[in-house]
Design a protein around this ligand. Structure first.
Ligand SMILES: [Zn+2]
Ligand SMILES: [Zn+2]
Length: 314
């Protein structure tokens, strides 16, 4: 006797067949990002800033190859999986190794071409800050709770250091360690909202949409019909730089949701296999300017841009 699968069964079937989570490979992640930033910098209106970031991300790549973070905690994993909660909400799980990474990145920033004028005076202050004050700054930056000019200027470098340690910790997890976190709109590893989503190519992930965490680099699957901010399926649309709806020939489009009135970009690797979530987001600021004239608010910010999170709907 045969029976028709119920929705729950179909979901269970899906869970076993598709690649649910893409855990980061940090050295590769930063290498790809640096290359993409350098490529996009050519002739770009914010080319100097993209070139500066390419230099910093290369330093992240070097730091990622030598950083030592704590091993994942089995008890923490079991608890998170049991309760469907993210494994290590970022602000509460900052690995002490981030301090050394920050020192490396401060050194790299000094050598960088086109050091942004706002960042230059911050480097010495950051270097001389006691460890506990740096930790407090890191927590403010992770929570998006900073308005001081100094914090704002320092934020991208602080986030860059945190990315290295969080990506390292995430890379040491196994797929089976990752909880089915609720809500599905935050990173199941570090509880950060995704920066952008990405349509991947590749053997097991071809054509699947993943949400990309800007803190730990983990990507988790979400079906494209759902809004990546409120999970509504009713009014999701796409907007590109060219006018009109559903311009699927563009690498980066904005996914808008008529229910929560936010947008989040979709980076499409089918249109360009070298597209990288954070780099392509930064290189498509023009689309943000266009979206700024619409009713839709950007759902979450790019951690490498010195910009307050205040405008985002949390
Ligand atoms: Zn994360
Ligand atoms: Zn929505």
């Amino acid at each position: 006797m045969q029976r028709i699968l119920q929705p729950g069964d179909i979901e269970a079937l899906d869970r076993t067949s598709l690649l649910r989570v893409r855990l980061p490979q940090p050295v590769r992640l930063f290498a790809d990002r640096a290359a993409r930033l350098a490529q996009k910098a050519e002739g770009h209106p914010i080319g100097d800033y993209l070139r500066f970031l390419a230099h910093i991300v290369k330093a992240q790549q070097a730091a990622a190859s030598q950083v030592h973070t704590r091993a994942p905690d089995a008890a923490l994993i079991a608890q998170a999986c049991q309760h469907g909660m993210p494994l290590m909400p970022a602000a509460g799980h900052i690995d002490t190794a981030w301090q050394g990474v920050l020192d490396l990145l401060i050194g790299a920033a000094r050598q960088a071409p086109a050091l942004p004028p706002a960042l230059a005076p911050v480097l010495d202050t950051l270097r001389d800050l006691p460890a506990d004050a740096r930790d407090a700054l890191a927590r403010r930056v992770l929570a998006g709770l900073y308005t001081e000019a100094h914090d704002l200027a320092a934020a991208p470098l602080v986030m860059a250091a945190l990315q290295v340690v969080f990506a390292d910790r995430a890379s040491r997890l196994k797929d089976s360690d990752i909880p089915y976190a609720d809500p599905a709109t935050i990173c199941p590893v570090c509880a950060t909202p995704p920066v952008v989503s990405v349509l991947r190519i590749g053997a097991r992930e071809a054509g699947l949409r993943y949400l990309h965490c800007g803190t730990c680099g983990t990507e988790w699957h979400m079906v494209r019909v759902k809004c990546s901010h409120c999970e509504s399926t009713r009014h999701v649309r796409y907007q590109g730089l060219q006018d009109g709806d559903a311009h699927t020939d563009e690498v980066v489009t904005a996914e808008t949701c008529g229910d929560c009135r936010t947008y989040r970009k979709l980076v499409n690797q089918e249109k360009d296999p070298l597209a990288e979530p954070l780099a392509d987001d930064l290189a498509s600021l023009l689309l943000d300017l266009l979206m700024g004239e619409t009713e839709f608010l950007r759902a979450s910010m790019n951690p490498l841009l010195p910009m307050s999170d205040a405008g985002a709907s949390a």
